[in-house]
Design a protein around this ligand. Structure first.
Ligand code: ZN
Ligand code: ZN
Ligand code: ZN
Length: 379
C-alpha cells in the first residue's frame, strides 16, 4: 500500500485554548462595533467551546459572549451534565432552564434589552424569533457577515489537524488510482472513496464526487448510476473530517488513453492551479488568487467554462471564509487555510478540476495535498 499516513493522535484542545478563542471572539465583536456574539449549536460552538450538543434539538442552547463578561451558556437542564463535561466548560458559566420555563427570558438577562449582536448563521429561526419577541430592541447580524475572519487564521494545533486530514485524503487518492473504473458505476467508486477515507482515519465522510464523462461537466454532480466507460474523464472530489478538521481534494483521471483535447484542457487547469498556489503569500488579496487562476484559463480560451470561485476556507467546516473570489479584498494572513481549485466544465462532454488545500506561511503557500497533479490514467 502506498502513502499510508502514520496514525495521528493530536493533543486535545484544552480549556485554556477554548477560553482564548472565546475571549478573541468577544474582542473581535467589540472591534466590529457589536455588543457581543450569540452562538447556536454547530461548528462555531464546537470551535469556541468544544461542546457539540445535538444540532437538531428544538430546545434552546445558546452561547453568549460579550466583551468584559464571563462567557455564558444557556442550556436545557437535561443537557447540562453533557455541557459541563465539554473541554471548554471550565471557562463557561452555565445557565440552565427546565422544560416549561421560557428559555428566552433566561437569555434576556445575559443579552440585554438593547444593542447589536452577531448571531450564528445556522441559528434556528424559531430561536431568533423567540429572542426578538422577548428583546424587541436588540438587533442581530449574521456572524459570518459581522466577523468573517473569526475562524480563518488557524493556530499550530489546528494546522496539524488539517495537515493530517490532507495526508489521509492523499493516501485515499493513491489507492483509488489503482481500483477498476471501466464497467463500474460512479456510486461504486464513490463507495470505495468513502471506505478509504475512513480506513485512513476520517471519522466522517462528507462528499465523494465521481463525475464521469458528461457528469464531470456539472461541478455539483456527486455520484450516480452511470457506468464509467473507457475514454471517460472522471472528476474525483472527496473529503470529510479527521479529528474534527476537514479534508477536501480533487484530481481528474482518465480511463485509458486520453485524446489531445483532454490532455490540453487538463494541462490548462493544472497550470492555473499551479500558478494560483504559487501566488499565495501574506498580504495579497483573496481575489488575487482567483485572478491568477482565472487569467491562465481565460488566456487559453476557456474562461467561460470556469464557472465557480477559485477557493474556500476550510477548518471545522469544509466551506468557510476566506473565499478566493473576485471582490474579496481581505489580505492573506499566515495561518489561513483554503482550497485552490480551478476547473473547466465543457457541457455535455467532460470536466476537469484540480484542488489542493493550501495554508499561508510567511514564505508563501504550503500545500497540504501533495499527490501528483499530472493526468493519471486508470483502468
Ligand atoms: Zn477520453
Ligand atoms: Zn472539493
Ligand atoms: Zn473545495
Amino acid at each position: 500500500m502506498t502513502g499510508t499516513p502514520a496514525p495521528f493522535t493530536p493533543e486535545p484542545f484544552t480549556a485554556a485554548d477554548y477560553e482564548a478563542r472565546m475571549r478573541r471572539a468577544a474582542e473581535a465583536a467589540a472591534d466590529a462595533g457589536l455588543d457581543g456574539v450569540l452562538v447556536a449549536p454547530g461548528p462555531d460552538m464546537v470551535w469556541l467551546t468544544g461542546y457539540a450538543p445535538p444540532a437538531d434539538t428544538e430546545r434552546l442552547t445558546l452561547l453568549v459572549l460579550a466583551p468584559g463578561r464571563d462567557p455564558a451558556l444557556v442550556v436545557p437542564t437535561l443537557e447540562a451534565p453533557d455541557a459541563a463535561g465539554a473541554a471548554g466548560a471550565p471557562a463557561l458559566t452555565l445557565h440552565d432552564w427546565t422544560d416549561g420555563k421560557d428559555p428566552y427570558a433566561a437569555t434576556a438577562a445575559l443579552v440585554g434589552a438593547s444593542g447589536r449582536f452577531g448571531i450564528s448563521d445556522n441559528t434556528w429561526a424559531l430561536h431568533l424569533l423567540g429572542l426578538r419577541r422577548t428583546l424587541p430592541h436588540t438587533d442581530y447580524v449574521p456572524l459570518t457577515e459581522a466577523l468573517p475572519m473569526l475562524r480563518a487564521v488557524k493556530d499550530a494545533a489546528e494546522l496539524e489537524r488539517l495537515a493530517a486530514a490532507g495526508a489521509a485524503a492523499d493516501a485515499t487518492y493513491e489507492e483509488i488510482r489503482t481500483v477498476r473504473f471501466a464497467g463500474r458505476r460512479e456510486t461504486d467508486v464513490a463507495a470505495d472513496l468513502a471506505d478509504l477515507l475512513r480506513r485512513f482515519g476520517h471519522s466522517q465522510v462528507d462528499f465523494t464526487v465521481v463525475g464521469s464523462g458528461p457528469n464531470g461537466a456539472n461541478p455539483h454532480h456527486e455520484a450516480g448510476e452511470r457506468v464509467i466507460e473507457r475514454g471517460d474523464m472522471v472528476v474525483l472530489d472527496f473529503g470529510g473530517l479527521l479529528h474534527g478538521y476537514g479534508s477536501d481534494t480533487s484530481r481528474t483521471v482518465h480511463v485509458g488513453e486520453p485524446d489531445a483535447e483532454e490532455r490540453e484542457v487538463h494541462d490548462i487547469v493544472r497550470r492555473a492551479q499551479e500558478e494560483a498556489c504559487r501566488a499565495v503569500r501574506p498580504g495579497i488579496a483573496c481575489q488575487d488568487v482567483d485572478r491568477v487562476a482565472r487569467a491562465v484559463i481565460t488566456d487559453a480560451g476557456y474562461g467561460e467554462y470556469f464557472i465557480h470561485r477559485t477557493g474556500h476556507g476550510i477548518g471545522v467546516t469544509t466551506h468557510e471564509p476566506p473565499y478566493m473570489i473576485e471582490g474579496e479584498e481581505q489580505p492573506l494572513v499566515p495561518g489561513m487555510c483554503f482550497s485552490v481549485e480551478p476547473g473547466i466544465y465543457l457541457p455535455g462532454r467532460f470536466g476537469v478540476r484540480i484542488e489542493d488545500i493550501v495554508t499561508v506561511t510567511e514564505g508563501g503557500g504550503r500545500r497540504l495535498n501533495t499527490t501528483s497533479r499530472e493526468l493519471v490514467i486508470v483502468d
